[in-house]
Design a protein around this ligand. Structure first.
Ligand code: PLP
Length: 391
C-alpha cells in the first residue's frame, strides 16, 4: 500500500537527486578530504561546493557555514559557544517552546550553574518581543530563539527579535531547522550571529546539519580534535551526507515558491476540510504566521495516539501532541506552554506536508478522518460525557 506521508516535520524522504549526489562518495570516491593526494582533493572540492550551496539557501558566505552531524549538534554548539566566548556572563535566554535540542540543553546548563530564562508564549503560540527586551541583562551571554516551531508551525518575528538582542550587544542564535527550505531565510537581512539547520528536514539524509556563524563572531568549538572545518568542528567529514545536503539546499531554493503555493494550498484544503467535517476540532497556533506545510489540529475528547493508530491502518503517517513514553502519556510542552486545554492537547494531531504531497494524499485523509473521529469519540469516556452534557 502507498504511504501517505504527512509527517515531514519529523523527517523527510531523501530526494532522488540528493541520493544520486551522495552515492559516489559511498563507493568510488572514498578519499579523505584532508589528504594531500588528488584522490582526496576531489572529495575536498565536493565539500566546498556543498558549502556554497548551503550558503546560497540562506544568503550567507560559504566560509560562514560549518558542517555538523545534525540540528541538535548545531544548537548545542551555538549555545555553548555563546557561553564559552563570554566566560564572565552566566545568563541564557530562550523560550518554553523550543525543540528539546535547545530546551533540554538549557535545562542541563541551568543545573551546571548557569541562569536560564524561558520566555512564555501566548495562546496562539506567539512570543512577545517586549518580554525579551526586559529579560536581557548585563549578564546575558546568548539568546537562542527558534525561527519556526516544529509542532505548531508558528513563525516567530525573528527580525524584530534579532534587532532587540543585537541592540543590547548580546549574541543571538536561532534554530532554523524547520524554517530553512520552507520559507525564505536571508541572513544578510537578519542580524543573527548563529543559525542551525538540519539535512533530514529538507530531503537530505539524516545525521547531517550545518551551523551558520556570521563572519567575525567569536566562536568556541564544541567538538575538538583535528583541523577540519577550519578548526571549528573536528572529525573526518561525513562527505556523502554533506554532498547530499548541498544538493538538497540547491533544490530547496529552487522549490521555495512551491512551498507557498502548492504545499500551502494542500495544507489549507486539509485544514479547512477537517475543521468542517470533524466536530469539536480546532487549529492550534496562529493561523497567519505559520509554516506553509504545517497544521496542528486538536480533535477534542479523543486520544491523538488512537487517531494515529487508526490512520496508520491506511498507511497515513502523522504525529500527535502527546508522546507515549514508557507507558505514560506526556503532553506536548509546546501546546502546554500555549495553554491548550488538557482534553485538546491529548487529541492533537500534527500534519506536515512537503513538495511530494499530492492531492490524492489529502483526499484520502479527508475521506477517512470524519469516520475515525466519530468512532473514537463514541468510545471515549470524555466524548460520552460531553455528549450527555449536551443532551
Ligand atoms: N530543532 C527543531 C526545531 C527540530 O524540529 C529538530 C528536529 O525535529 C531539531 C532541532 C533537531 O534536529 P536533528 O534531528 O537534526 O538533530
Amino acid at each position: 500500500m502507498r504511504v501517505v506521508y504527512l509527517d515531514n516535520n519529523a523527517t523527510t524522504r531523501v530526494a532522488d537527486e540528493v541520493r544520486e549526489e551522495m552515492l559516489p562518495y559511498l563507493s568510488d570516491l572514498y578519499g579523505n578530504p584532508s589528504s594531500m593526494h588528488t584522490f582526496g582533493g576531489q572529495v575536498h572540492r565536493k565539500i566546498e561546493t556543498a558549502r556554497e550551496q548551503v550558503a546560497a539557501l540562506i544568503n550567507a558566505e560559504p566560509e560562514e557555514i560549518i558542517f555538523t552531524s545534525c540540528g541538535t549538534e548545531s544548537d548545542n554548539t551555538a549555545i555553548m559557544s555563546g557561553l564559552e566566548s563570554n566566560p564572565q556572563k552566566r545568563h541564557v535566554i530562550t523560550t518554553r517552546v523550543e525543540h528539546p535540542a535547545v530546551l533540554n540543553f538549557c535545562k542541563t546548563i541551568s543545573r551546571r550553574g548557569y541562569r536560564v530564562t524561558f520566555l512564555p508564549v501566548d495562546k496562539l503560540g506567539r512570543m512577545n518581543p517586549e518580554e525579551l527586551q526586559t529579560a536581557i541583562t548585563d549578564d546575558t551571554a546568548v539568546v537562542s530563539i527558534m525561527y519556526a516551531n516544529n509542532e505548531s508551525g508558528v513563525i516567530f518575528p525573528i527580525s524584530k527579535i534579532a534587532e532587540i538582542v543585537k541592540s543590547k550587544g548580546v549574541l543571538f542564535h536561532t534554530d532554523a531547522v524547520q524554517a530553512a527550505g520552507k520559507i525564505p531565510v536571508d541572513v544578510k537581512r537578519l542580524p543573527v550571529d548563529m543559525m542551525s539547520i538540519s539535512g533530514h528536514k529538507m530531503h537530505a539524509a539524516k545525521g547531517v546539519g550545518a551551523l551558520y556563524l556570521k563572519r567575525g563572531t567569536r566562536f568556541s568549538p564544541y567538538i575538538i580534535g583535528g583541523h577540519q572545518e577550519r578548526g571549528r568542528r573536528a572529525g573526518t567529514e561525513n562527505v556523502a551526507s554533506i554532498a547530499g545536503l548541498g544538493k538538497a539546499c540547491e533544490l530547496a531554493k529552487e522549490h521555495l515558491p512551491i512551498e507557498n503555493t502548492k504545499v500551502k494550498e494542500l495544507r489549507d484544503r486539509l485544514e479547512h476540510g477537517l475543521l468542517k467535517t470533524c466536530p469539536e476540532a480546532r487549529t492550534n497556533g496562529e493561523i497567519e504566521n505559520r509554516l506553509p506545510n504545517t497544521v496542528n489540529i486538536s480533535f477534542q475528547y479523543v486520544e491523538g495516539e488512537a487517531i494515529l493508530l487508526r490512520l496508520n491502518e491506511f498507511n497515513i503517517c502523522a504525529s500527535s501532541g502527546s508522546a507515549c513514553t514508557s507507558g505514560s502519556l506526556e503532553p506536548s510542552h509546546v501546546l502546554r506552554a500555549m495553554g491548550v486545554p488538557f482534553t485538546a492537547i491529548h487529541g492533537s494531531v500534527r500534519f506536515s506536508l512537503s513538495r511530494y504531497t499530492t492531492d490524492e494524499d489529502i483526499d484520502l485523509v479527508l475521506k477517512k478522518m470524519p469516520g475515525i473521529i466519530k468512532e473514537l469519540r463514541e468510545l471515549s469516556p470524555y466524548g460520552r460525557e460531553v455528549k450527555e452534557l449536551k443532551q
